[in-house]
Design a protein around this ligand. Structure first.
Ligand code: ATP
Ligand code: MG
Length: 411
């Protein structure tokens, strides 16, 4: 049942054989009912952390969060989180429960969970425990808070952005009362940690329904983050965006590389993501990118200047933005280039990358710095200048990338 992996079934059996109830719970139950492959399986159990430890005494365990009742067991090298049934205490800071109590009752553990579709458990035989109507909400494609949405969001405001995240990833609507609470309480999100907000936001942005959710809840999203985000028309472009996080961040936080950078910095995104997203935004607004529509020499110069990954992302972002009339007028020129034209430009770049003999950077030249020194050029910046000159000669087709011909040219 449920396509439960063998190691999960075995862990449930071990706990049960030791006399403790044990269930797979949360996201994995939701995803397997939906026919999606869960990325991890979580287990909840009546066993206390020490009792769980004793059951898995022969296995390697990692005490991930013993005081919150979580013990990670390595089963065939797969880390499996096993958490004792838990009741969360007051959230006086709207962030962390002041304390947690362990429980022997599964229903109490399910009641602390955020949404009905996340509050189901399934045992080894595939028997479903679903006290809040999660299964029906899955069928109706609804995100609904467990209990009163206002209370649950006041306890932990991260749940507000999580509601939007699950709607975007699953393509579900948010049930009306829950949606009202999302809209009226969104600003509370700002009191939660920016790192945790950002994790939810990245999952939301990668969701297939990000465009629909963000256009509908744009105002709530701005309140959640405490910043302006892209206009609705631009957010709608996410519909056609490839599943690439920096590119999608470029749409979401833009227009303008500066806004992309500041938005991501504010949310404490990692530096590589900030760099890549800012670069994509910058390139997408750079008139020079039109070179990819021209010829291979122009494409190779762009490859030389930006590298394959950043260049292709910049072109793709440009292509997505070209679907919007207002974006194109603002940044490039009125000369309309279609998304298809940009996609063809991108393919042409990729064909260059596939060529074994392609030469668009210094290291692909048939000569290197050592060769230049041996012709008598003194060590120093001149060597680099000569290599760059040769590279330009090769790219523009004046000289083939042939060692003899290049050496002769240096002399
Ligand atoms: P994903 O597929 O992205 O991992 P998930 O449903 O597993 O989705 P997690 O953030 O990994 O989501 O959380 C695991 C489970 O823990 C959720 O399904 C939910 O039952 C519960 N949970 C997580 N965060 C909260 C929260 N802030 N409030 C209440 N319950 C939560
Ligand atoms: Mg999970």
């Amino acid at each position: 049942a449920m396509n439960m992996p063998e190691y999960v079934r075995r862990a449930l059996a071990m706990l049960e054989d030791a006399g403790f109830e044990a269930f797979a719970v949360g996201g994995c139950v939701r995803d397997s009912i939906l026919g999606r492959t869960p990325h991890d399986w979580d287990i909840c159990t009546a066993a206390l952390p020490e009792e769980t430890g004793a059951v898995f005494a022969d296995y390697r365990t990692i005490d991930t969060g013993m005081k919150h009742g979580t013990c990670t067991v390595l089963m065939d090298g797969e880390p499996l989180e096993i958490t004792t049934y838990r009741i969360d205490g007051n959230y006086s800071d709207g962030r962390h429960p002041d304390r947690v109590w362990f429980s022997r009752d599964l229903r109490e553990d399910l009641a602390r969970r955020d949404f009905t579709v996340n509050a189901m458990a399934v045992d080894r035989q595939g028997r479903l425990v679903d006290p809040f109507g999660g299964r029906a909400d899955l069928a109706a494609q609804l995100i609904r808070a467990v209990g009163k949405p206002e209370d649950r969001f006041r306890e932990d405001a991260l749940r507000i952005i999580r509601a939007l995240r699950f709607a975007a990833v699953l393509g579900f609507r948010i049930e009306e009362e829950t949606a009202d609470a999302v809209r009226s309480m969104a600003a509370l999100c700002r009191g939660t940690s920016r790192e945790r907000i950002f994790i939810e936001l990245t999952k939301l942005l990668m969701g297939d329904s990000a465009a629909a959710v963000l256009t509908e809840y744009r105002g709530s999203m701005c309140s959640c983050l405490g910043m302006e985000i892209a206009e609705p028309e631009r957010l709608g472009l996410l519909r056609r965006a490839p599943r690439d996080l920096p590119l999608r961040c470029g749409i979401f936080f833009g227009p303008g590389a500066g806004r992309v950078r500041n938005g991501l910095k504010e949310l404490k995104a990692d530096n590589e993501l900030i760099r890549a997203a800012e670069k994509a935004a910058e390139l997408s607004e750079d008139p020079a990118i039109r070179g990819v529509l021209e010829n291979d020499a122009a494409r190779m110069r762009l490859l030389r200047d930006h590298g394959p990954e950043d260049l292709c992302r910049g072109i793709r972002l440009r292509g997505v933005l070209s679907e919007s009339q207002s974006e194109i007028d603002d940044y490039i020129d009125s000369n309309r280039v279609s998304a298809d034209d940009w996609e063809n430009g991108c393919r042409a770049v990729e064909r260059i990358l596939e060529r074994k003999d392609a030469c668009w950077n210094r290291s692909q030249l048939a000569v290197n710095g050592g060769d230049i020194l041996r012709t008598g050029v003194p060590r120093g910046p001149e060597v680099g200048r000569i290599l760059d000159g040769l590279l330009e000669d090769v790219i523009s087709g004046r000289v083939p990338n042939d060692r003899e011909r290049l050496l002769r040219r240096i002399r």
